[in-house]
Design a binder for this molecule. Structure first.
Ligand code: SIN
Length: 512
């Protein structure tokens, strides 16, 4: 039995910020189902939004965040985010974090969709997430036991308190990690969809782990689809940052006609849901859509990651046209938390994309997610630090004898169904069909997941995450932000309240 002060599940930016902000005398284990470098944060190209210029003000960042979120955001969380963000970034810069600067050593500020001011900080051009994670890793890894390829199967919850996790390593061996505090920093769920900017591991494990343990989930229907994923042979193969449009690129069809003119006053920098739906509509009608980069100065220097992505996939940048399509990018909903990342289960926390404090509302403002990871990672660590230790009573480890493997659909099938039934445009009939299908699959699963093979457990977590998202989307009978229902095309004030999903059915519940 292994006992720590804090177990953090995940190894992205929010995980490292939490670890970095904890007192150095705490024992910390970081468990990750892949390598330590595999996370959505490592792929983040866009940057960090923060008020740095004299012309800008926190109230303007606040307003842009609320407008993008369709006024559905938690106002207290937004105000804290935009006020604490710049001060925290200055502190990290004083410890050695470097952002891209001009020749006078002033931080360069980029612009992205729905921001009324230049306020996006970048590092390594379009490799900001990687730069931030690497920096925090350098600061904190000496104090952390990093356990890679360790898959969390279940949270251990007794008497309403989370006391640890059960895991399986790549050799199939089971372990229990006990802790005073357990932090879900498991990232997003974009890989539940066949077209995504996310790493293939991002299938919503945090949602499933939390839900199965009895934690509340909220706003799950709000999945942001990024308008511009690079397309090769009809498949999405990576992200082409919105910063490219911020530097002057425009969306065109095969005849070179601009597609966002007349659709929204911000044209190519309109909110992502609007741009994604326009591209989706046109692609459904057989059009091919491109980003024209004719007006972007020094493209290859400014966007080295995207340049290399395009070259790897045989896109000739001399033609100045990059083929694009929309795909799942970011989850605004997640495990329901307060400002300090606390869930309804004592000593279970969630942070980063796995969590939902309501800071993003119904649609996230570009480049607010790395900021969220920093600001709320710090707050989770603060709350953990304030708490007194309590004795941990180990829970007997019982592995059920599994005679039969549940009959479950393949990962590809779930991804295709999520794309077509719970995707950019949803309807009552598509969502009902998906909920029923997933409910039937989950009836095959009994009790805790110990004793199943890793592939089966991963599939159950994936189906559970898909199920709670589809169910939430079915329950929200309106269109708001990233959630678009063709049968309820308008927003409806009556429905603006939060949709909390609680574990009620016998199917997914399990008890220690
Ligand atoms: C992008 O670079 O377009 C993505 C950035 C973000 O989602 O914040």
């Amino acid at each position: 039995m292994q006992v720590y002060d804090v177990v953090i599940i995940g190894s992205g930016l929010a995980a490292w910020m939490t670890a970095h902000s904890l007192p150095k005398n705490k024992t910390v284990a970081m468990l990750t189902k892949q390598s330590r470098w595999s996370s959505n944060s490592m792929l983040a190209q866009g940057g960090v939004a923060a008020v740095f210029s004299k012309e800008d003000h926190w109230s303007s960042h606040y307003r842009d965040t609320m407008t993008a979120g369709c006024e559905y955001n938690n106002e207290q969380a937004v105000e804290y985010l935009v006020k604490r963000g710049p001060a925290l970034i200055h502190e990290l810069m004083r410890s050695g974090l470097r952002f891209d600067c001009n020749e006078h050593n002033e931080v360069l500020l980029g612009r992205e969709g729905a921001h009324t001011c230049r306020r996006i900080l970048h590092a390594g051009g379009d490799a900001t997430g990687k730069a931030l994670v690497s920096f925090l890793y350098q600061q904190a890894h000496h104090y952390v036991d990093m356990i890679e390829y360790e898959k969390v199967q279940e949270l251990i919850v007794t008497d309403g308190r989370c006391v640890g996790v059960w895991t399986q390593n790549s050799a199939g061996e089971l372990s229990a990690y006990y802790a005073q505090h357990v932090v879900l920093a498991t990232g997003g769920c974009g890989a539940l969809y066949s077209y995504t900017s996310n790493t293939p591991e991002a299938v919503g494990n945090g949602l499933s782990l939390a839900y199965r343990a009895g934690a509340e989930l909220v706003d799950l229907e709000f999945i942001q689809f990024h308008p511009t994923l690079l397309v090769q042979n009809g498949k999405a193969v990576g992200l082409v940052s919105e910063a490219v449009r911020g530097e002057g690129a425009v969306l065109v069809n095969g005849h070179g006609e601009r597609i966002m003119k007349g659709v929204h006053e911000l044209e190519d920098l309109a909110p992502r849901d609007i741009v994604s739906r326009e591209i989706y509509k046109r692609m459904t009608n057989g059009e091919q859509i491109f980003l024209s980069i004719k007006n972007v100065k020094n493209f290859t220097k400014r966007f080295p990651t995207i340049t290399s992505l395009c070259r790897t996939h045989g896109i000739n940048l001399e033609k100045q046209l990059i083929p694009v399509m929309p795909g799942a990018h970011f989850h605004m909903g997640g495990v329901k938390v307060n400002m300090f990342g606390e869930t309804n289960i004592q000593r279970l926390y969630a942070v980063g994309e796995a969590a939902c404090s309501g800071v993003h509302g119904a649609n996230r403002l570009a480049s607010n997610s790395l900021l969220e990871g920093l600001v709320f990672g710090e707050l989770v660590a603060k709350r953990i630090t304030e708490r007194q230790d309590e004795p941990i009573i180990p829970v007997p480890f019982s592995v059920p004898f599994r005679q039969e493997v549940p009959l479950l659909p393949s990962k590809t099938y779930v991804q295709e169904m999520m794309m077509s039934h719970v995707g950019i445009v949803r309807s009552h009939s598509s969502l009902t069909r998906m909920v029923r299908l997933l409910e039937e699959c989950l009836k095959e699963v009994e009790g805790n997941l110990l004793g199943y093979k890793h592939e089966t457990i991963e599939c159950i977590h994936m189906i559970t995450a898909a199920y709670v998202i589809a169910k939430s989307a079915l329950e929200r009978e309106e269109s708001r932000g990233a959630h678009f229902r063709s049968d309820f095309p308008a927003a409806c004030p009556r429905w603006s309240k939060q949709k909390i999903i609680r574990q009620k059915e016998k199917v997914l519940a399990w008890k220690v």
